[in-house]
Design a protein. Structure first.
Length: 83
């Protein structure tokens, strides 16, 4: 089992975008998803090959990953039950 520290947003950004003093990264968007209200952050950097941007999603275990958490289909809202 990995510690939450190993999946921190900072470490994930370093792993995927390899920022440096000459190629810094910038947070360009952060909010919550419409379904599930889960946090996400979009980070971009400019590299010699061009602009790169990635979305990072916070999971229930506190880790940040480049894929969104699975949608929990067992949570039915009153609206969905009425359909």
């Amino acid at each position: 089992m990995k510690s939450t520290n190993e999946q921190s947003l900072r470490l994930q950004v370093e792993k995927w975008l390899a920022p440096s003093p000459t190629t810094p990264v910038h947070v360009i968007e952060f909010s919550r998803t419409l379904s599930g209200r889960r946090r996400y952050v979009c980070v971009e950097t400019t590299q010699p090959a061009g602009l790169r941007a990635l979305f990072f999603f916070r999971h229930d275990d506190g880790c940040w990953r480049v894929f969104p958490p699975a949608v929990d289909g067992s949570k039915m809202s009153a609206h969905r039950l009425a359909l």
